[in-house]
Design a protein around this ligand. Structure first.
Ligand code: UD1
Ligand code: MG
Length: 454
């Protein structure tokens, strides 16, 4: 039987002390909310509903695949669920998973198994609880002498004795939707925070003679809620360890896992080597035998086989097989490096195609350019692509040899098998097989001796 998921993400996240809504903060390049929605998707949810409030213009674009519900005033988690009532009823949702947008480490099987247990049990309310070393901040799960759950008490409402309880509410629930809303009608806010707590639904269900099931989670780290920046860093470290371990078991060498930051959507082939202080984020993929790092940052890039990226930054880039980059290159969006090409030291390339086996070895800027195959760009050469208003293209034909410190004043074209003299400022097209020299001619003057050496 299917289920839908409601993610609560309207809170401001006051404890983050941020201008940015809490669920938009990122772990390994992916927003907290996105981690939760992706986990629900992987667990097989039908529809995803997200309750938004504070900073919704920032949060909404993160979840284009969800039905959005707006909570104008953040009156508590129970109130947030009530805001989704009509959308959920209109969609005919029978089984509903509710999860906080601030539990990014939640794993798909944990959601799926809570749903399965809930459906087998027939309870109206099911929740996942956990034993934690430090329960501070969480709602405590209170049980009676026989061990049955009787209610959840929030940190701020708990007595001294209740605060010592180390079984806490994870914030992951499964409900029979119709029963949930019948119970929520009785929700009150006579508590310390004057909020409508979703957690009160446990006591309400029991009072109404409904079944409540509290399952203990096996892994507590995955249910850690992020409320402040310390917890954000801890969760990042957990996610990092989890992801790196999986890659290493899949045949990736990670020399120093503590300083390799690999995003959840990165795909690495076997025999890839990740050297220290390297971060790979977004939709990045790296093919067999490529070596990335040390000190490299790669975002949303496709790197093929046997490439080397040393101490460089790549954003929205494609590298074909056997490309080498760096040390200290900056490849910007739209750069395509064809097979066997090279971008060397202090080289910046933007929105350009570097043809097969072409080389840009030292101190160059290549922007809005297309280089054919086996081109050699001399040190310090630059495409002057911007006239102050618009960007213009530079085309350089195959096997051409560009002398050091050549300026290409775009738009401009260099033919095939052509050459430029060092220091040339190229403003006109260069035909195939031609050497262009565009610089002041050298004049040797009178004889000269260094002072004091006469
Ligand atoms: C909540 C639970 C607590 C549990 C903990 C697990 C309640 C009352 N408490 O506490 O029992 O142990 O999560 O992490 O539910 N939100 C809204 N609208 C609101 C208030 C909150 O959408 O009006 C959202 C927040 O954006 C957040 C989630 O609900 O994603 C939980 O809110 P938060 O303030 O973090 O609750 P906790 O104090 O962590
Ligand atoms: Mg929380």
């Amino acid at each position: 039987m299917g289920f839908s998921t409601l993610v609560l993400a309207a809170g401001a996240g006051t404890r983050m002390k941020s201008h940015k809504p809490k669920v938009a903060h990122e772990i390994l390049g992916k927003p907290l909310l996105r981690w939760v929605v992706d986990a629900a998707r992987e667990a097989g949810t039908d529809e995803v509903f997200v309750v938004l409030g504070e900073g919704r213009e920032t949060v909404a674009p993160l979840v284009p695949d969800a039905t959005l519900v707006y909570q104008g005033e953040q009156l508590g988690t129970g109130h947030a669920v009530l805001m989704a009532q009509s959308a959920l009823e209109a969609a005919g949702v029978e089984t509903l998973v509710v999860v906080s947008g601030d539990t990014p480490l939640l794993q798909p099987p944990t959601i799926a198994s809570l749903v399965a247990a809930h459906q087998a049990d027939g309870a109206a309310v099911s929740l996942l609880s956990m034993h934690v070393a430090d329960p501070t901040g969480y709602g405590r799960v209170l049980r009676d002498a026989a061990g049955a759950v009787c209610r959840i008490v929030e940190q701020k409402d708990a007595t001294g004795a209740e605060l010592t309880v180390d079984e806490v509410n994870s914030g992951l629930y499964c409900f029979r939707t119709a029963r949930l809303f019948a119970l929520l009608a009785g929700l009150r806010n006579d508590n310390h925070q004057h909020e409508y707590y979703l957690t009160d639904v446990v006591a309400l269900a029991l009072a109404a003679g409904e079944g409540v099931m509290a399952r203990l989670a096996a892994d507590t780290a995955e249910l850690a809620g992020i409320n402040n920046r310390v917890q954000l860093a801890e969760a990042t470290a957990t996610a990092q360890r989890r992801i790196n371990t999986q890659h290493m078991l899949n045949g990736v060498t990670i020399l120093d896992p503590a300083t390799a930051w690999i995003g959840p959507d990165v795909v690495l082939a076997s025999d890839v080597e990740i050297l220290p202080l390297t971060s790979l984020t977004g939709k990045t993929s790296i093919g067999w035998g490529s070596v990335i790092g040390p000190m490299s940052r790669v975002n949303n890039s496709r790197i093929a086989e046997s490439c080397v990226v040393d101490d460089s930054v790549l954003v929205d880039v494609i590298l074909e097989d056997r490309v080498s980059v760096g040390p200290r290159a900056y490849l910007r969006p739209g750069t395509v490096m064809r097979e066997g090409s090279h971008a060397g030291t202090h080289v910046e390339i933007k929105k350009s195609e570097i043809g097969p086996h072409s080389k840009v070895p030292h101190l160059s800027y290549i922007g809005d350019a297309v280089l054919g195959s086996e081109v050699n760009i001399g040190a310090g050469s630059i495409t002057c692509n911007f006239d102050g208003r618009e960007k213009h293209a530079t085309i350089i034909g195959s096997r051409s040899f560009v002398g050091s410190d050549t300026m290409f004043v775009a738009p401009v074209t260099m033919g095939e098998d052509a050459a430029t003299g060092a220091g040339s400022v190229i403003t006109d097209a260069i035909p195939d097989g031609t050497l262009a020299i565009a610089r002041a001619e050298q004049k040797n003057g009178r004889s000269w001796t260094r002072k004091g050496k006469e």
